[in-house]
Design a protein around this ligand. Structure first.
Ligand SMILES: [Zn+2]
Ligand SMILES: [Zn+2]
Length: 263
């Protein structure tokens, strides 16, 4: 039963395709459940590479329209991928309660450092930043506002040797996910970026084998996510590859992020 809960649209300014185009491709590929998780805006600040705040209603309406139109063929959920910044705690609640989103996926591309600065994890200055990133992810998990953690190992897209900080950050995220029964996402978009030469070997930027080997020693639920940025990626060869790799790792792969938990 192919599913995908990590879908972008043209609205985030670095993806192609309308909501309807993603749904049509998903139906074509036999996807039974599709979750939209475009990059969320914040009400008072534009962090870039995301929809504008004034577009949020249009996005929600467009997903709802597709939901109605295709309800006999596919189950559609409306969500957002969003960073956790403590000061927006009421905004996350508003998205879930007032705007009635089905879920928030934590995509912690940026985090607040202990000194209060906003830091982009794609530009880590050393592996010490991974510890700060992991702490921010754990804080987000503990709020209970997020349904799954998108690409929890995204920090490994930086090019550093594997060291004790890498072990520690991996351990922090895994311990926290385990304690809170949080779903981790095995992300196909890192595989789309192809194998590359890193200090610690030829590998994908993410998913990182070492991180997921550690996850495989636990019973943490894992969802495979496409993180598609064009309609033809909804359920493509990289998604199938990600599924194969996650099974080979003997991860506890689930098909639906709402399994075992009430909406
Ligand atoms: Zn992301
Ligand atoms: Zn994404």
């Amino acid at each position: 039963m192919p599913t995908n809960f990590h879908t972008h649209t043209y609205r985030c300014l670095h993806a192609l395709g309308t909501e309807e185009e993603y749904v049509l491709e998903a139906i074509e590929q036999g996807v039974t459940t599709l979750g939209f998780s475009d990059h969320a805006p914040f009400p008072d600040h534009d962090f870039g590479l995301r929809m504008s705040y004034k577009e949020l209603d249009d996005y929600i309406n467009a997903v709802e329209q597709s939901q109605q139109k295709h309800k006999d063929k596919i189950e559609i959920f409306k969500g957002l991928e969003i960073e956790y910044f403590p000061k927006y705690i009421n905004y996350y609640r508003e998205l879930l309660e007032k705007r009635e989103l089905d879920y928030l996926a934590l995509g912690e591309h940026m985090y607040i450092t202990p000194k209060g600065h906003i830091h982009n994890i794609f530009f880590a200055e050393s592996t010490a930043d991974y510890i700060e990133y992991a702490a921010a992810v754990c804080e987000a998990i503990e709020t209970g506002l997020f349904q799954f953690i998108a690409h929890p190992d995204v920090m490994f897209s930086n090019n550093y040797d594997w060291d004790e900080n890498c072990d520690r950050a991996t351990e922090m995220i895994i311990d926290c996910a385990e304690k809170n029964d949080m779903i981790l996402e095995y992300n196909a978009n890192g595989i789309r970026k192809n194998l590359q030469a890193f200090n610690d070997g030829i590998r994908y930027p993410y998913p990182h084998e070492k991180f997921w080997q550690a996850v495989s020693k636990t019973n943490i639920r894992v969802i495979v996510g496409s993180d598609c940025h064009s309609p033809q990626q909804v359920y493509d060869e990289y998604m199938r590859k990600a599924e194969q790799m996650s099974h080979r790792l003997k991860l506890n792969v689930i098909e639906n992020i709402f399994d075992g938990k009430k909406l």
